[in-house]
Design a protein around this ligand. Structure first.
Ligand SMILES: Nc1nc2c(c(=O)[nH]1)N[C@H]1C(S)=C(S)[C@@H](COP(=O)(O)O)O[C@H]1N2
Ligand SMILES: [Mo]
Length: 332
């Protein structure tokens, strides 16, 4: 494929909302996060083609109009950026909850019949350029087929409208339950392979150092795939003034691959915790939690929330991208 023009031509990032502004259950498109490492390729829907090749019996080339042959699926899902790959332990609250529309990856794969050796799906984007001083031919990510969720989407809609250019127009991958980095935008090629992809976005970046019991890095790394349990406090907002002896609702959102089982809230910077009310998981969406609070003493208070996944993993207090979110308020 000839290279499409890029606009902008380098890293483009938009993080419109702070946690206290994430009041809507469904995030409007204009409020959704945007992350493009290399710029935004300007693609033409009629000229767009997707090649599916590698370890498949029947390689396939799809044009945009061919997608209409497959059932259309709507997928409401949390969409979270793992944060700057150069700072893998920095907390990231770049998140939104949106509705994707498209066709199922499994339907496309069924049409091209992957062979028994196929273990990874390599997805290529049309973007190219330089990131952290490294020259990149194309943004490429890999997905382990045995762990790939059944609801992975080849998406062409966001919130009921065609994907905006920055979100991957005309077609992108959406891997629900995995961090955004895996959801390759401006999709041009999917290759089935028997090993992980060898580009910098799968070997150099987006592999977290595995720490030992003492918190020291080991020689091992783990790919940034599934979303770890996390929560944010939406209300009260940072530096809000809370009336003493009045009832206030502490509320927010919790999410993580596989769903969240419980959320605890602390009103004393993590010294003590109380169970919050929590919605049950609904598909891939974030879950609302809330706790009524009637402050007694006046002064400063630091609120924290921590989520535990249905598989029993609890958010760490600090030092990870999913570290506990803290909000300081004034009681007066
Ligand atoms: N082709 C391509 N796909 C990409 C990226 C990219 O730079 N190029 N960025 C990834 C990252 S890090 C994130 S968080 C999500 C962001 O998707 P959004 O901009 O639609 O929110 O896209 C992912 N897909
Ligand atoms: Mo990201």
């Amino acid at each position: 494929m000839t290279r499409p023009p890029l606009n902008p031509t380098s890293l483009y990032r938009r993080i419109p909302l702070a946690p206290h502004q994430m009041r809507d259950r469904r995030t409007r498109t204009g409020d959704a996060i945007i992350l493009a490492h290399l710029g935004v390729p300007q693609l033409n829907q009629d000229a767009w083609m997707l090649t599916v090749d590698g370890l498949v019996d029947r390689p396939l080339t799809l044009r945009f109009a061919d997608l209409a042959r497959y059932p259309k699926v709507l997928l409401p899902s949390v969409h979270q950026c793992a944060g700057n790959p150069l700072e893998p332990f920095a907390p990231s609250q770049r998140v939104c909850n949106v509705v994707w529309g498209g066709v199922r990856l499994v339907d496309i794969l069924a049409a091209c019949q992957p062979g028994p050796q196929a273990r990874y799906l390599w997805s290529h984007g049309a973007d190219y350029g330089t990131f952290d001083g490294v020259e990149i031919d194309a943004y490429v990510k890999d997905l382990p087929l045995e762990r790939a969720p059944a609801d992975v989407l080849i998406a062409y809609e966001l919130n009921g409208a065609p994907l905006p250019p920055a979100h991957g127009f005309p077609v992108r991958l959406v891997v629900p339950g995995f961090y955004g980095t895996n959801s390759v935008k401006w999709l041009t090629r999917m290759s089935l392979a028997d090993r992980r992809a060898d580009g910098p976005f799968t070997t150099r970046w987006y592999n977290d150092p595995v720490l030992d019991a003492a918190g020291q890095p080991t020689a091992q790394t783990t790919p940034v795939w599934d979303i770890a349990p996390q929560s944010i406090i939406v209300s009260p907002a940072p530096d809000a003034v809370i009336g003493a002896a009045r009832e206030t609702e502490v509320w927010g959102w919790a999410w993580g691959d596989g769903g969240i089982a419980s959320v605890e809230v602390s009103k004393d910077d993590g010294a003590t915790w109380a169970a919050a009310a929590l919605e049950p998981p609904r598909g891939r969406e974030w879950q609302r939690f809330s706790l009524a609070w009637r402050p007694t003493a006046s002064g400063q208070a630091t609120l924290c929330a921590r989520a535990t996944s249905r598989s029993g993993v609890r958010q760490p207090l600090a030092g990870r991208r999913n570290a506990v979110h803290r909000v300081s308020v004034r009681i007066g």
